[in-house]
Design a protein around this ligand. Structure first.
Ligand code: FAD
Length: 552
C-alpha cells in the first residue's frame, strides 16, 4: 500500500484543493465551499474535497446545511429524493418548509434551545414532502462552530422512519392484543425459556404466584410433572415432545395436596434475533405451559368418593355391630349352658342307674334348647365380604378416614395435626379393612378426648417408614390407658368408657385382628404419658403365601 501522506503528495493535494476552491461544482453555496476548504486544510489536505462532497452527495441519509436562521444553503441527493424538492427549490428557504405543523411547538422550542446552547439535537418530527405526503423524520441537527466559538452553520441529517414506526406500532399493538387475550384467559399461562425462566405470563399465573406466596409456580409445575410423567425438560425440548392433560397437584407446607391442575405443554420455537444470528437459522425453544385449575372439580369428586366411602363404612359398621352383638349374645349364652352341662354331668355321676331325676331331664331340655338357640345365633351371624389384596397407600387411607370423620371432629372441637410422610411406600393389604382399622383407632381417640377432665382436645397423626415397614402413630390428649390395662384393651368386650355407652368393647379386638391379618403389630406406647399413643406397624412386603391364604 503506498503512503499518500508524503511531502510530494501533500503538494499535489494542495494544488487540487486550490483548483476545487477556485472552480467549485455548479450550485454549491459559497459557505459550503468555504467549509470544505477549512475542513480539508485542517486535515493536512490529504483527501481532495471532492471526495468529501461525493461522500455527502452519495449518502443514503438526507443531509442539509443551513445558516443560523435555518435558511437552507445546501441539500444532498438523498434529501431531494426523500422530500421531492430539487436543490434549487429549497436553497434559500427555511427548514420549516418541511414542517407539517402537527409537531408540538414544544418540540421545536427544545430543538432550538439545544442548538442555541451549541448542543446537538435528535428527535422525530412530522414532515411533509413537496407533494404534501407526510412522513416521520428522525432528525439530527448539529451546530458547526467556527474558530471564534460562534455557531456558523447547522448540519441536519434526517431519514424517513415512517415504516419502522408503523412496524413498531403494529408489533406493540399485537403485543397488547395478545397480552389482553392471554390475560383474559381463565387458565394459567406461562412461557418459559430453555433455562426455565419466565418470559411471558398472564394474570391467572400472577394470581397463582400470589396464592403460593411468591414461589415461582412454574417450578412447582415442572417438579410435579417430573413426578407424574418423568418430565425431563432438556430431553423433552430436544425432542420437542408436547404433552396434554396431565393432572398435577400443588402441596401445602405440610406436604398435603391442596390444589389440582390439568396441565398441557407445547414447545414453541423462537428465532434468535441478535446480530450474531442474522445469517443463521438458529432458534431457541420455549415451553408454553397451560394449566386449568380443577381444584373445585377435584374437591367435588373427593366429596362423592367420601360419601360413597361413608355409606360403605356405615354398612360395614352395621355388619360389624351385628356380629359384635350376636357374638356377645353367643358368648353370654355359652357360659350358663356350660354350667348347666357341668351340673347334668355331676348328677349323672351321683345318681343310681334306674333313678329318674326330673331336674336332670329339665336341664337336658334347657341345654338342648340353648344349643338350638346358639346354633341359630351362629347361623344368623352376618357374613363379612372379603376383599382382595392390593397395594394400599396408608396416607390416602388415613386422609379418607379424616375426611369421613370431619363432622365428628368439628362437633367435638377436636384439633387434628396430620403429618404424613412425604413419601410413604404402599403396603400390600386390604384397603377397606385397613380403613376400618384406622377409623376405629381415630374414633377411640375422639372418644378418649370426650371423657371427663380433658382440657386439651388434640389428636396428632403421623406416618413414617423404614426399610421394612410403615409406622402410624395416633396420639390423643385423653386420659390415657393405665399400664396394667394396656393388654386388656385388646380383649373382647373390654370397655372402660364413661361417656360412651352401649359399645360392646370389640373395637380394638377387631383392630388387632386386622393388624395381625396384615402381619403387623399394634401397641400402646408405654413412654407416652400425655394421653394415649397407639403405634401401628405394617410390613411393606406382602404377607407370605400362608398368610395370604389365610387372608383370602
Ligand atoms: P418557527 O417560528 O420557525 O419555530 C418555532 C419555534 O422555534 C419558535 O417559537 C422559536 O422558539 C424557535 N425558533 C425558530 N427559529 C429559531 C431561531 N432561528 N433561533 C432560535 N429559535 C428559533 N423543522 C421541521 O419541521 N422539519 C425539519 O426537517 C427541520 N429541519 C431543520 C434543520 C435544521 C438544520 C434546523 C436548524 C431546523 C430545522 N427545523 C425543521 C426547524 C425549523 O427551522 C422550524 O423551527 C420548525 O419547522 C417550526 O417552524 P414554524 O414555522 O412552525 O415555527
Amino acid at each position: 500500500m503506498s503512503n499518500t501522506n508524503t511531502p510530494g503528495n501533500r503538494e499535489k493535494m494542495a494544488v487540487a484543493l486550490d483548483a476545487f476552491l477556485t472552480s467549485p461544482p455548479k450550485g454549491l453555496p459559497a459557505e459550503v465551499i468555504e467549509a470544505f476548504g477549512r475542513t480539508v486544510r485542517t486535515d493536512d489536505g490529504i483527501l481532495p474535497p471532492r471526495v468529501f462532497l461525493e461522500a455527502v452527495e452519495q449518502s443514503a441519509v438526507a443531509i442539509s446545511i443551513s445558516n443560523t436562521s435555518a435558511q437552507i444553503l445546501y441539500v444532498n441527493q438523498a434529501f431531494e429524493k426523500l422530500t421531492g424538492y430539487q436543490s434549487d427549490e429549497v436553497v434559500g428557504e427555511n427548514q420549516s418548509i418541511l414542517s407539517y405543523k402537527v409537531t408540538p411547538i414544544e418540540v421545536y422550542k427544545n430543538l432550538w434551545k439545544q442548538l442555541l446552547e451549541q448542543n446537538s439535537w435528535n428527535g422525530v418530527l412530522v414532515n411533509k414532502r413537496k407533494d404534501g405526503e407526510r412522513y416521520l423524520a428522525d432528525l439530527t441537527v448539529a451546530p458547526v462552530i467556527d474558530d471564534g466559538g460562534q455557531t456558523s452553520y447547522y448540519l441536519a441529517l434526517h431519514r424517513d422512519v415512517t415504516e419502522m414506526h408503523e412496524l413498531e406500532q403494529q408489533v406493540r399493538n399485537q403485543k397488547v392484543l395478545i397480552e389482553s387475550v392471554v390475560d383474559a384467559a381463565p387458565v394459567v399461562m406461562v412461557l418459559l425459556n430453555k433455562d426455565g425462566n419466565v418470559i411471558l405470563d398472564n394474570h391467572a399465573y400472577k394470581k397463582l404466584m400470589a396464592d403460593v406466596r411468591g414461589v415461582e409456580p412454574a417450578n412447582i409445575f415442572l417438579e410435579s410433572l417430573s413426578d407424574v410423567i418423568n418430565f425431563d425438560k432438556q430431553l423433552s425440548c430436544d425432542q420437542r415432545q408436547d404433552f396434554y392433560n396431565r393432572e398435577i397437584s400443588f402441596k401445602n407446607e405440610k406436604g398435603v395436596e391442596n390444589r389440582w391442575f390439568n396441565c398441557s405443554g407445547v414447545w414453541v420455537d423462537e428465532k434468535k434475533f441478535t446480530a450474531d444470528d442474522y445469517f443463521s437459522n438458529n432458534e431457541d425453544c420455549c415451553l408454553l405451559l397451560v394449566a386449568n385449575d380443577i381444584t373445585q372439580q377435584k374437591r367435588q369428586q373427593n366429596q362423592i368418593k367420601t360419601n360413597a366411602l361413608r355409606a360403605l363404612m356405615a354398612e360395614q359398621q352395621l355388619v360389624h355391630g351385628m356380629r359384635e352383638t350376636l357374638s356377645g349374645a353367643i358368648y353370654q349364652l355359652q357360659a350358663p349352658l356350660n354350667m348347666a352341662s357341668a351340673v347334668v354331668g355331676m348328677m349323672e355321676r351321683r345318681q343310681k342307674n334306674s333313678e329318674h331325676n326330673p331336674f336332670q331331664t329339665a336341664l337336658f331340655d334347657v341345654i338342648h334348647s340353648g344349643e338350638k338357640v346358639l346354633e341359630s345365633l351362629q347361623q344368623s351371624l352376618p357374613v363379612e365380604t372379603q376383599e382382595s389384596i392390593g397395594p394400599v397407600n396408608m396416607n390416602e387411607v388415613i386422609k379418607d378416614v379424616i375426611d369421613l370423620t370431619i363432622h365428628r371432629l368439628l362437633e367435638k372441637s377436636v384439633l387434628v395435626d396430620w403429618s404424613p410422610a412425604t413419601e410413604l411406600p404402599s403396603i400390600s393389604g386390604r384397603c377397606y379393612a385397613l380403613r376400618t382399622l384406622f377409623k376405629q383407632v381415630l374414633d377411640n381417640a375422639i372418644d378418649a378426648i370426650d371423657e371427663p377432665g380433658c382440657s386439651r382436645r388434640e389428636i396428632a397423626i403421623t406416618t413414617s417408614s423404614s426399610d421394612h415397614d410403615i409406622e402410624i402413630v395416633v396420639r390423643d390428649t385423653g386420659p390415657g390407658i393405665a399400664t396394667n390395662k394396656r393388654h386388656s384393651v385388646f380383649e373382647p368386650f373390654y370397655s372402660e368408657w364413661q361417656h360412651v355407652k352401649g359399645r360392646p368393647g370389640m373395637g380394638l379386638t377387631i383392630t388387632m385382628e386386622i393388624v395381625q391379618q396384615h402381619n403387623g403389630t399394634i401397641e400402646i406406647d408405654p413412654h407416652y404419658t400425655s394421653g394415649c399413643s397407639v403405634i401401628i406397624r405394617l410390613p411393606i412386603t406382602p404377607p407370605d403365601p400362608v398368610n395370604r391364604e389365610e387372608l383370602s
